[in-house]
Design a protein around this ligand. Sequence first.
Ligand code: AMP
Ligand code: ZN
Length: 112
Amino acid sequence: MTTENCIFCKIISGEIPAQLVAESEHAIAFNDISPQQPVHVLIVPREHHANVTELALANPLVMQDVMQLGAKVSQMLTEGSHRFTFNTGAAAGQTVFHVHGHIMSKTPKTNG
Ligand code: AMP
Ligand code: ZN
C-alpha cells in the first residue's frame, strides 16, 4: 500500500474525518472506528511506514514521539492499566498497513 491510497494518510491530511483525541509534532491519536474495549485509541505517526518494525528502524525520533503520545493518551483516558500493541503483518492481524499502536483499556478514567 502506498501513501496515495492509505486510509490513515487520508485521516492525517483531513480528507477522511476521525475523532481526534490528541496530537504531537509527529503523530496523531484518534478513536478506533470499531472499539474492542471501552478505551480504544489509535496512535498514528504522520509519516507513512508500513509497520512498527520499519518505523523503528527508519526513524527512531518519530518512534519515540509515537510512544510518548501513547503514554499521554493512556494517562488522559485510563486509570493506568492498558495495552499498547502494534499488530505487525497480516498473519498477526494487521489490516491497515500504516503503522499504528492500539491503546486499549477496560478501565476508563473516572471523574472524582
Ligand atoms: P490493525 O488490525 O492493527 O491493522 O488495526 C486497524 C484498526 O483500524 C482496526 O481496529 C480498525 O477498527 C481501525 N480503523 C479502520 N478504519 C478506521 C477509520 N476510518 N477510523 C478509525 N479507525 C479505523
Ligand atoms: Zn499512510
